[in-house]
Write a protein that binds this ligand. Structure first.
Ligand code: ADP
Ligand code: MG
Length: 338
């Protein structure tokens, strides 16, 4: 007999979990992205002990019928890709059908869901196995609770950082999602305390106020510009509001949060000598352009992006922000003269 064996599904889920589920914020990301894909307009996340004790995500999206609810935890279970052609025009965030199976294999999960037409269902899983299911009265939408994350993978538990660090990852993630989707009302609650709440009315300034506080948001000035390839707009703080880290500069390309070193540098350069040494502004920058010009690396863990015609885009961004700041700073002086 040869040595090769086909791994059982349970073991392969647990191995995949090592890649998909790194820490509590990875679970939050997958669950919230599923809620977004399900066209929810209201998404609430409740964490206990930064998600190590429990992570609950509640949405008002499409929900699932009983059959889908049970299937959704299977490996490669996805409603998002049915044919090969779909792979080339992915509009949803998830598509690998791996997240729920992976998460369930390293935690205890309770799923309650209803599609609003058939009656709701409640399913419990432990370490990836369904341990019970029963009909339940539930409104349209989905509620998933993931508790005791990594209870059966002690090595993974050890590798986690402090509660504060783990919570920080989830806060950063939720802030970015709120800025990417101003039309969705997000709420993040930790140990009973509300950390973020947006109203979903599509107003970016309101989202900025919820994230950075009203006084800071009031000191953020709008800018916008375009060339034949790209539309660029956003908000940037006046030089009097600064932070010790560059992490308060957020960039979204076609609605998706990305990292881009040269764009970050162009933003900082826009402030020229206005910034104190080792201080950085709070900026949110949106770039829109033909998806054809943006080569987003689709690996889920990588957020780097490459953009075509960067040589023209960088001065465009720098100029727009510099001009907006210069105008705001110099207006009061000009008024005084008159
Ligand atoms: P993917 O998102 O890659 O399809 P997941 O494992 O994240 O894979 O989810 C599997 C399937 O379960 C999804 O394709 C979707 O049909 C269903 N699903 C998951 N979460 C939700 C939700 N919050 N609302 C409705 N359907 C959901
Ligand atoms: Mg998904």
């Amino acid at each position: 007999m040869g040595k090769i064996q086909i791994m059982d599904e349970w073991l392969s889920n647990k191995i995949a979990a090592g890649e998909v589920v790194e820490r509590p914020s990875s679970v939050v990301k997958e669950l919230v992205e599923n809620a977004i894909d399900a066209k929810s307009t209201q998404i609430e996340v409740f964490l206990e002990e930064a998600g190590l004790t429990s992570i609950q995500v509640t949405d008002n999206g499409s929900g699932m019928d009983e059959e889908d609810a049970l299937l959704s935890f299977g490996r490669h279970a996805t409603s998002k890709i049915t044919k090969e052609q779909d792979l080339f025009r992915i509009r949803t965030l998830g598509f690998r059908g791996e997240a729920l199976a992976s998460i369930a294999s390293v935690s205890k999960v309770t799923l309650r869901t209803s599609d609003g037409e058939t009656s709701g269902i409640e399913v419990h899983l432990e370490g990836g196995h369904i341990v019970s299911k029963k009909p339940t009265a539930f409104r349209k939408g989905t509620d998933i609770t993931v508790s005791q994350l990594f209870f059966n993978t002690p090595a993974r538990l050890k590798y986690l950082k402090t509660i504060q660090t783990e919570l920080g990852h989830s806060i950063d993630l939720m802030n970015r999602l709120a800025l990417s989707y101003p039309n969705i009302a997000f709420k993040l609650v930790h140990n009973g305390g509300v950390l973020l709440q947006t109203n979903g009315r599509g107003n970016i300034q309101q989202v900025l106020a919820s994230i950075y506080g009203v006084p800071n948001a009031k000191k953020m000035i709008p800018f916008s510009t375009e060339n034949k390839d790209y539309k660029v707009y956003g908000y940037a703080t006046l030089p009097e509001v600064t932070r010790a880290s560059k992490n308060y500069i957020s960039l979204f390309v076609n609605g998706r949060w990305v990292k881009h070193y040269l764009i970050q540098k162009a933003i900082i350069d826009a402030y020229h000598t206005y910034l104190p040494i080792e201080r950085f502004p709070i900026v949110v920058l949106y770039i829109e352009g033909d998806p054809y010009l943006t080569d987003v690396n689709v690996h889920p863990a990588k957020q780097q992006i490459r953009l075509s015609k960067e040589q023209e885009l960088l001065p465009l961004i720098e100029g727009a922000i510099r001009e907006a700041i210069r105008k705001t700073i110099h207006v009061p002086l000009a008024e005084k003269k008159e």
